[in-house]
Write a new protein. Structure first.
Length: 253
């Protein structure tokens, strides 16, 4: 099960945190992995980790806000491996700031990376996937998505971007289903990555957060990556347009 041999996967925001773990996990399952992020040297380090266990990977610098950089990335991948089977839209930022203090620049930066970047990357990848009549696109959202999720203080712009990802995922799934391209989202809770480091600064804030989680701990990046692997594999071939929450029970509490 979960064999990705001969599959080509692109992971954005893959230089650290969950993105790095997604890249390692898919590579261990046999996929040829594109490690994409804004720092080429950091991408190279992840690629070396993959090569150390016999995997195949390619480091590429890409700012997901820049359509030309995305187009160049796609061109390189197609020239290198001839196809794209999997996209993991993972690049993102999380800036804690009160609603009344968020600037227009703060808003634009968050939306452009977390939402527009997902759209631009998915659109260019889907153009290739439609030619081969198959593919899996996985968008990393968050439980901070509103509606069936929850809102968070000091994260208005982040919550807006993550809610947009879920809505976009559902609409994309409808349009791409005729091409046998599946589109799903994953909504993690508090995962132990650099993005949640601000929660650890104050022991009381961390304690309050853990008290809201029935499993009473932060999630591990690998636990999210295992879900990414499932959605990337043929074992999830009848799943599209869905959002999978992985939060230790937070939304159930």
């Amino acid at each position: 099960m979960f064999n990705l041999s001969n599959k080509v996967a692109i992971i954005t925001g893959a230089r650290r945190g969950m993105g790095r773990t997604h890249a390692l996990t898919l590579a261990k399952a046999g996929a040829k992995v594109v490690v994409a992020d804004i720092s080429f040297s950091d991408c190279e380090k992840v690629v070396q980790e993959i090569k150390n266990f016999g995997g195949e990977a390619l480091p590429l610098k890409c700012d997901v806000r820049n359509k030309k950089e995305i187009e160049e990335l796609i061109k390189i991948v197609i020239n290198q491996w001839g196809k794209i089977d999997i996209l993991v839209n993972n690049a993102g930022i999380c800036q804690f700031k009160s609603f009344l203090e968020i600037t227009e620049e703060d808003w634009d930066q968050t939306i452009n990376i977390n939402l527009k970047g997902y759209f631009l990357m998915a659109q260019e990848v889907a153009k290739e996937m439609t030619k081969q009549k198959r593919g899996s696109i996985i968008n990393i959202a968050s439980i901070a998505m509103g509606q069936v999720g929850i809102g968070f203080s000091n994260l208005v712009h982040y919550c807006a971007s993550k809610g947009g990802i879920v809505a976009m995922t559902e609409a994309m799934a409808l349009e791409l289903a005729p091409y046998n391209i599946r589109v799903n989202a994953i909504a993690p809770g508090a995962i132990d990555t650099p993005m949640v480091d601000p929660l650890k600064v104050d022991p009381q804030i961390l304690k309050n957060t853990l008290n809201r989680i029935p499993l009473h701990r932060l999630g591990k990046p690998e636990e999210v990556s295992n879900l990414v692997l499932f959605l990337a594999s043929d074992e999830s071939s009848y799943i599209t347009g869905s959002t999978f929450v992985i939060d230790g029970g937070w939304l159930s509490s």
